[in-house]
Ligand binder design. Structure first.
Ligand SMILES: NC(=O)c1ccc[n+]([C@@H]2O[C@H](COP(=O)([O-])OP(=O)(O)OC[C@H]3O[C@@H](n4cnc5c(N)ncnc54)[C@H](OP(=O)(O)O)[C@@H]3O)[C@@H](O)[C@H]2O)c1
Length: 304
């Protein structure tokens, strides 16, 4: 009999990658799209469906608009995951998987720090980071006290894929349309292909691995932690798409974004890499995602 997976956020980029990479021995439950602000309905539905695993790939991710609407994002990113965890913990054998964000790092007294491990203190720099930090910190605390059993949190960074509107797909359209594009060279992270992360999720679920792990594509942090800047990321996207665009460096402060950005939220993934092996280099992963994007979209631009 196939194992039953209950996935929150199936329409998101990670959700779609999870559906595409699902192993043979799992079936994804066809469930209603419950709003994550309705925590009692969520808990009841999990109890009713009795899944073998609950995977939370849902989140409110609009970093700038969350500055003005903290309450909603706090319920979705902070409270709902804890409710999911609580109900799974009280069921027999239901594993819980949550995805967290690099944005829990990089603010406060860590403003100048360049890379972050699972052990680093969390100081979010903006409200989105704070809402993710609420659940992340609780799971990290439980894990440190050996109480995060049959539960897994993967913390990732700068997710991209061929699906929906995400940084990669938006940037490809911008690079196609604009002659001049700006990229911040003072903001750094670890670009990660959602498909590679989805494969990690299924692997660790199949192996019943518990704990907290930073997971990102490799090659993002090199030497004395020269993490990838937004400028580097855009430059590689342009190369992968063979688009010859004038790309100019800008400071993130000149971009007048609502939410503050950290100098770096790049993740060190040694804990995951040492145990399970590195993910492929982020540039290879990017080329793979661009190829899939070209293959799935109607040919109207010369790029595809
Ligand atoms: N994107 C990044 O750069 C990034 C970086 C680090 C970590 N992460 C984390 O990685 C995970 C996956 O992110 P992603 O980029 O795949 O997200 P995404 O593409 O923005 O998808 C978010 C998903 O969450 C669902 N959702 C949002 N609000 C909801 C609500 N109130 N009730 C129910 N479902 C709701 C969305 O449903 P609808 O389609 O109905 O809106 C969608 O399915 C998240 O935990 C995110 O915080 C993302």
């Amino acid at each position: 009999m196939k194992k039953k997976a209950y996935i929150f956020g199936r329409t998101g980029q990670l959700g779609k990658c999870l559906l595409e990479t699902k192993p043979e021995d799992f079936e994804v439950l066809d469930v209603k799209n419950l709003c994550l602000t309705t925590r009692l309905s969520i808990m009841q539905d999990i109890l009713d469906k009795k899944p073998d695993v609950v995977i939370n790939a849902a989140a409110s991710n609009s970093v700038d608009s969350i500055e003005d609407s903290i309450e909603y994002a706090l319920l979705v990113n902070g409270v709902a995951p804890v409710s999911m965890y609580t109900v799974c913990k009280n069921m027999v054998g239901t594993m819980f998987v949550h995805v967290s964000s690099d944005f829990v790092f990089g603010g406060g007294c860590n403003y100048k720090k360049k890379t972050f491990t699972e052990e680093d203190s969390q100081y979010p720099e903006n409200m989105y980071g704070f809402t993710k930090h609420v659940s992340d910190w609780i799971f990290t605390y439980l894990s440190r006290h050996d109480k995060f059993n049959n539960a897994l949190m993967l913390r990732t960074s700068w997710l991209f894929s061929e699906f929906n509107d995400n940084f990669l797909t938006k940037m490809i359209r911008k690079l196609e349309d604009d002659r001049e594009v700006y990229g911040a060279d003072d903001v750094h992270g670890s670009p990660t292909y959602a498909r590679d992360l989805a494969e990690v999720v299924w692997r660790l679920v199949s192996e019943k691995v518990s704990g907290v792990f930073n997971v990102a594509n490799s090659g993002c942090v090199s030497g004395d932690s020269n993490a990838v800047s937004k400028y580097d990321f855009i430059n590689e996207i342009a190369k992968a798409c063979r688009l010859n665009v004038k790309l100019t460096k800008k400071s993130v402060n000149e971009m007048n974004l609502k939410a503050k950005r950290s100098v770096s939220t790049a993740l060190l993934c040694d804990k995951y890499n040492d145990r399970f092996g590195k993910l492929r280099d982020w540039k290879d992963a990017l080329n793979g995602a661009v190829k899939r994007f070209k293959d799935q979209t109607p040919c109207d631009s010369g790029l595809r």
